[in-house]
Design a protein around this ligand. Structure first.
Ligand SMILES: [Zn+2]
Length: 420
């Protein structure tokens, strides 16, 4: 079955199609000084990105819709037919984020469709392109809100309690952007019509750069979590309190930061204290409280458990040595996400890597909408090489040639899946 729409992109080779879209998207939400992106959910920058998506759908004659949770969809073929093949990613960003995290997957999706139309591909399954809303959680503090709601992993009541730094609730922000916040909730019927979801994403590390490959396949998303360490000591005068008389929680906190680095290094994991709160937070006061947030991720659950146990044991020793009390609270946890093995094998076969491993398979420490969906829908991910290895920063990068290689790989995958 043909997708039944006018092949507007048919004449475009992927590089032309990719680059004209990329150029259009590039200025939206870019901060003039930091040069980073501030495309936060339900803001004017986000609305501009969403308008761009709608326009891309319309110029290609695709059926455009916004679901109850504000995710945008563009369809070639009728999704009601079921067993759809869907690709896409997100257009929002972290504070001062890079240009590639998210948009690369959405732009590549449209460019891959243009490539397939150029090849005159006849689809036997509906093909969808999606932009998931509020993936980064930069504004309301929770990642993947659009896909979580759809997959039933976040309730309407929980979502309605989300509030941004200015005290604006998610429902108010949605309403201001023209979306009905009372409509949000699980969408199992929509997910049941999807037979495969493939998300293309810029790599957020240097594995492909080190292996010399343009494109890779995801094996799994590492288990990860956040822990809060509360070190409680005694506030006192920084000038008059003898060192021997102090109960200074900053010391045990500092030692714990070093222990986290050591434990992670030993285990082949990562551990980061990236946020800290100090009370009373005065230059001339010994702190009464140091609260540090630990983010840790590892390839396997056992490894992560060992790392956290090691850090906590060390922290308790340091706290005791300084007469400081310690409470450790696990604030969030996401178990390992194994992508669908059958789908991954199929992608490897399509990309010709079954025998010679032309496309490497790698794990990732970052969360994605694909990870949220993988509990319900067979899901796979493609990574495009990022020579800087940097992500969530304006230094995030992929070369033009690698982006086009990503588009072609995605086109091959969609052709292999949607034309069988
Ligand atoms: Zn992303």
């Amino acid at each position: 079955m043909s997708d039944g729409t006018s092949p507007v992109g048919a004449q475009l080779v992927p590089s032309t199609s990719f680059h004209s879209m990329w150029r259009e998207l590039l200025p939206i939400g870019r901060h003039p000084e930091s040069r980073g992106y501030r495309r936060y959910a339900w803001t004017p920058a986000d609305s501009a990105c969403r308008a761009w998506f709608q326009e891309q759908a319309q110029v290609r004659g695709l059926t455009y819709e916004v679901d109850r949770n504000g995710n945008q969809w563009a369809w070639a073929g009728d999704p009601a037919q079921g067993d759809a093949v869907v690709t896409g990613s997100h257009l929002d960003s972290v504070p001062d984020g890079g240009a590639f995290d998210g948009p690369l997957g959405v732009v590549s999706a449209f460019a891959a469709l243009d490539e397939l139309r150029g090849r005159n591909t006849q689809f036997t399954r509906p093909l969808g392109i999606v932009n998931f809303g509020d993936e980064e959680g930069a504004r309301f503090g929770l990642a993947c809100v659009g896909s979580r709601l759809t997959a039933g992993r976040l309730t309407r009541e929980q979502a309605h309690r989300l509030t941004d730094g200015d005290g604006i609730t998610l429902p108010r922000a949605m309403e201001a952007a023209g979306h009905d916040p009372d409509a949000i909730g699980p969408d199992p019927e929509r997910l049941s019509r999807i037979g495969a979801f493939v998300e293309l994403h810029v790599e957020q590390g240097r594995a492909l750069d080190l292996s010399g490959d343009r494109v890779g396949l995801a094996s799994a998303i590492w288990p990860h979590g956040r822990w809060r360490f509360d070190f409680r000591g005694e506030a006192n005068h920084a000038g008059t309190t003898r060192l021997a008389d102090r109960r200074d929680p900053m010391l045990s906190y500092a030692e714990t930061v070093l222990a986290a680095r050591r434990e992670a290094q030993l285990a082949g994991a990562v551990a980061t204290f990236g946020k800290i709160a100090v009370e009373p937070n005065g230059v001339n006061a010994i702190p009464s409280l140091v609260r540090g947030w630990l983010d840790s991720r590892a390839p396997e659950q056992d490894t992560l458990d060992t790392v956290i146990e090691g850090i906590e044991t060390a922290a308790r020793e340091y706290a005791a040595a300084h007469g400081v009390d310690l409470d450790v609270t696990r604030e969030s946890f996401t178990p390992v996400v194994e992508f669908d093995h059958a789908l991954r094998d199929e992608l490897a076969r399509i990309l010709g890597s079954e025998t010679d491993l032309k496309v490497p398979v790698l794990g990732t420490g970052a969360g994605h909408d694909a990870g949220i969906l993988s509990g319900t829908v067979p899901t796979a991910m493609l990574f495009v090489r990022n020579p800087t290895g940097v992500s969530h920063s304006p230094a995030e990068f992929a070369t033009e040639d690698d982006c086009v290689a990503g588009v072609l790989a995605l086109a091959d995958v969609l052709e292999g899946l949607a034309c069988r």
